[in-house]
Write a protein that binds this ligand. Structure first.
Ligand code: ADP
Length: 611
């Protein structure tokens, strides 16, 4: 070994010897923790103390720390023999497990740890937790002990009671014997000292349940903790509280966070997880090298004003009356909070639906107005078309009028002559007058038809006989046909054809079709024939056909001819068929054209029969 190496080894040894005591301890102290819990740790409060401790240890980044736990369960097991057995059990169990720091939960656990230390862990520091001030003073722990002292004040509980009960006059303290209390032992003295303006009814309290069910107005219950049912059976204090809360006729103020859920309305409550976390913090610092002396015991702040929302609802306590900075737990979400997304989705769906309905209503309104508009345009166009047709027919109409007027004149002149004779044949005169009357009726019938054709009337449907409509139209056309040298025939169905329609408009369709046929045959030297037919098609519709012996329609034009302004005529407007088809469609019918096998065109018009 070289002298240089020997020298450096000596320096390291010297440095180690000269280092402060806590640094030396750091080098030798195992990273392990034994937690001695005075309870059985199944109750919520002690469990939360342990959870706070465990979480703080896991969150500690440095070296991993082993945590051993032992529950003393001193509420149910006591006496010297039990304690001695437990000590020996610990001695045997941890013989080969070095402990870096002992952490106690509760004053009784600290007391035992202090007693057992010389035999079990002679050099190990102790960190206590859950020790209230009076116990700390009584135990006077030596320098190797540190920890957080808890100080709960009855005054704070009364402040909380005043917040939840307006004009508080009486406070009933409910709990086990003071000696059994871990945290509230000194409340006895505080109660004895009295609180101005307040009657404090302390224990002993026989028939507790009957009493808390019949408390006077302006009173509150302050619960510290019951551990037995009075018959010797152990009760976890939170179970005793829920039993009490079910009977009590006044709100129960509590001083531990874990008493909220079983029925406490809240108050300045001790938060157990904070106690565990605080103790873990001290223990970890010791394991990391600090001495207990450098971390002297101190009163720790582990009390917070926390209230139970459900109980507040039950006792009608508003949030505004709570002490400043209070937290409210167990708040039930409002309907909107609970079903937020569903509510949003529902609202959206409603919105979309409303928008859709509004849109459809608007659409319907627009369609209605468009339909009304279209109808009036149709009537307008149809009127123009009828005027045109009437113009075409005017010469024959004039002729048709001339005939009765001429014979009326002739008949009138004959009557004058007969009456001028000395013996007038009155019988003959009577016959002549009757002829005049007949001719006059014929003339006025022509005028009526003419007027009805030229009438500017709104589209109006009524039940009509299609055969009758057809007959009238053909009568009207007869003369025109004869002047144009067209033979025109009508074959109506034997049964009446009742349809719902506008007779003027339907007549116009027939006129258009027949005049078109006449036009188509105009250049034929002879054999101009038009046959009109009416028949039923099944039970549902009536069909009108107009056949002619003209040249027919080019096969590829059979549909185009119904387009507006399609015409092959020099003077044509090309609107006749398009108007005819629009009129038929407005009657829920159909109009189409075909070519006949023997030549000539045929137009079919089908209309639904009236029910
Ligand atoms: P327009 O009579 O003013 O031409 P229409 O719409 O009534 O307008 O007719 C359109 C076209 O249909 C006519 O120009 C003609 O070519 C054709 N057409 C109509 N009816 C017949 C028919 N019976 N035979 C042959 N072609 C026809």
């Amino acid at each position: 070994m070289s002298s240089a190496i020997r020298l450096s080894g000596l320096i390291i040894l010297l440095a180690a010897l000269l280092a402060p005591a806590d640094l030396r301890a750091q080098q030798t102290r195992p990273h392990s923790m034994l937690v001695l819990d005075q309870s059985d740790r199944r109750g919520p409060f002690y469990y939360q103390v342990f959870v706070g401790l465990r979480d703080a240890v896991s969150a500690h980044g440095h070296a991993p720390t082993t945590v051993y736990t032992e529950s003393l369960d001193l509420n149910r097991f006591g006496g010297e023999a039990y304690q001695e057995d437990f000590r020996r059990f610990l001695e045997a169990k941890y013989r080969n497990r070095p402990i870096g720091v002992v952490v106690t939960i509760g004053a009784a656990a600290l007391e035992l740890a202090l007693r057992w230390r010389p035999q079990l862990w002679p050099d190990t520091p102790i960190v206590f937790s859950l020790v209230e001030e009076a116990d700390f003073k009584r135990l006077q722990p030596p320098a190797y002990v540190t920890g957080g002292i808890v100080n709960l004040k009855l005054k704070d509980a009364v402040t909380a009671a005043r917040a939840v009960v307006p004009e508080l006059k009486t406070v009933v303290l409910v709990g086990a014997d003071w000696e059994r209390q871990v945290l509230f032992r000194n409340w006895n003295d505080q109660a004895a000292a009295g609180i101005p303006g307040l009657e404090i009814i302390g224990r002993p309290m026989p028939e507790i349940v009957e009493r808390v069910a019949a408390l006077p107005d302006h009173s509150a219950i302050i619960y510290t903790g019951l551990y037995s049912d009075g018959k010797g059976d152990y009760y976890p204090p939170s179970d005793a509280l829920s039993f009490l809360a079910a009977k009590a006729n006044r709100p129960i103020v509590v001083a531990a966070e874990t008493f909220l859920e079983p029925g406490g309305i809240g108050g300045f409550v001790i938060v157990p997880s904070l106690i565990g976390a605080e103790a873990a913090g001290r223990a970890l610092r010791i394991l990391d090298g600090e001495t207990p002396e450098s971390l002297p015991p101190s009163v720790i702040d582990v009390v917070k004003p926390i209230f139970n929302w459900r109980q507040m609802q039950h006792w009608n306590v508003s949030e505004a009356s709570l002490p400043k900075g209070s937290e409210v737990h167990f708040r039930e979400p409002s309907f909107l909070e609970k079903y937020r997304w569903r509510a949003v989705a529902l609202a959206m769906a409603l919105l979309v639906q409303t928008a859709l309905i509004a849109f459809l209503l608007h659409e319907r309104h627009m369609r209605r107005s468009a339909e009304v508009e279209a109808r009036s345009r149709l009537s307008e166009l149809a009127h123009i078309n009828r005027q045109a047709t009437a113009g075409e027919l005017s010469s024959s109409i004039a002729h048709e009028l001339n005939q009765p007027l001429g014979s009326i004149l002739t008949n009138a002149e004959s009557a004058e002559l007969i009456l001028a004779s000395p013996t007038p044949d009155l019988q003959e005169v009577r016959e002549i007058i009757s002829d005049i009357k007949r001719d006059d009726l014929r003339a006025s019938e022509v005028i009526r038809r003419m007027r009805s054709l030229l009438k500017r009337a709104p589209f109006e449907k009524k039940e009509i006989d299609l055969n009758q409509t057809m007959r009238e139209a053909f009568d009207f056309l007869k003369l025109q046909a004869s002047t144009r040298n067209v033979a025109i025939y009508l074959q109506t169905s034997p049964q009446t054809l009742r349809v719902k329609g506008d007779p003027v408009q339907l007549q116009q369709v027939i006129l258009n079709l027949v005049v078109n046929s006449m036009d188509a045959m105009a250049k034929m030297p002879y054999g101009r024939t038009i046959i009109g037919r009416t028949e039923v098609n099944g039970d549902a519709s009536a069909v009108i056909s107009i056949c002619d012996s003209g040249p027919g329609i080019p096969q590829d034009r059979l549909n185009d001819i119904f387009d507006p302004f399609f015409t092959t005529k020099e003077q044509g407007m090309g609107i006749g068929l398009s108007i005819a088809r629009t009129i038929v469609l407005a009657h829920s019918g159909q109009l189409w054209a075909e070519n006949q096998s023997g030549g000539g065109a045929v137009f079919h018009l089908s209309l639904p029969l009236a029910a």
